[in-house]
Design a protein around this ligand. Structure first.
Ligand code: ATP
Length: 213
């Protein structure tokens, strides 16, 4: 099984890395791909250039053998659609390999607004990362989609290449990229919020010196 974790990663931080490890262990993934998005379809333009965000992901995942820095959306260019990325991964790993798309609950709630959400759900399993102790309370049409696809046993995801949805409690660290950028711009330390090699890259390349540029 292959995991896919997409994001702006502007920059990647320990909140991302910790939940990625939680999911990798819970599902016994053979690899987890961090996919920095190129153009943001739904959100503001990233502050750091694509090459910098990729370099920071590479710096962050260097010592975890199951983590992969995956630049396919950056190579593809233009707006990043998850559907294209999953098709690409499906071609690479074959029709039978289960693909697991990691989503925070916020991202999952926005799924109905994505391009071709039902095709996305067929191509991959959705792993919805939750705060421990919280239960999903989705609005239509998500509630219908979940009713058809929900599984509570990670082992069941191995039986199909995609199409299921698994809620999974993960460690919550109150870290955000916005806060890290803000700290760097105002001369405060972002140590212990993101790995040291990421911080070294930020300082070496003078990233995030200005708020919101
Ligand atoms: P920003 O502050 O710039 O909005 P971010 O920290 O939310 O960025 P993204 O790259 O946008 O980082 O996040 C990618 C995905 O990681 C999103 O689905 C988001 O829900 C999830 N995520 C972000 N921060 C955390 C965290 N601390 N714990 C768990 N998941 C997180």
């Amino acid at each position: 099984m292959i995991g896919i974790f997409g994001g702006t990663f502007d920059p990647i931080h320990n909140g991302h890395l910790r939940v990625a490890l939680d999911v990798t262990e819970a599902l016994n993934l053979q690899a987890l791909h961090f996919v920095p998005l190129n153009g943001a379809v739904h959100r503001a333009r990233p502050q750091a250039a694509a090459a910098e965000r990729l370099a920071m992901v590479q710096a962050a995942v260097g010592d975890e053998p199951r983590f992969v820095a995956d630049d396919r959306e950056l190579r593809r260019g233009g707006d990043s659609y998850t559907l294209d990325t999953l098709r690409d991964l499906r071609n690479q790993f074959g029709q039978d390999t289960p693909l697991c798309l990691l989503l925070g609950e916020d991202a999952f709630a926005g799924l109905p607004t994505w391009h071709a959400p039902e095709q996305v759900m067929e191509l991959a399993h959705l792993v919805v990362m939750q705060r421990p102790g919280c239960s999903l309370d989705p609005a239509p049409p998500l509630d219908r989609w979940i009713a058809r696809r929900r599984s509570d046993d990670p082992a069941q995801l191995r039986d199909a290449p995609g199409g299921r949805m698994l809620p999974l409690p993960v460690t919550q660290l109150a870290i955000s990229a916005t806060d890290i950028r803000h700290r760097v711009a105002t001369g405060r330390s972002a140590r212990y919020l993101t790995p040291d090699p990421v911080l070294a890259h930020i300082h070496r390349h003078d990233l995030y010196r200005n708020l919101g540029d």
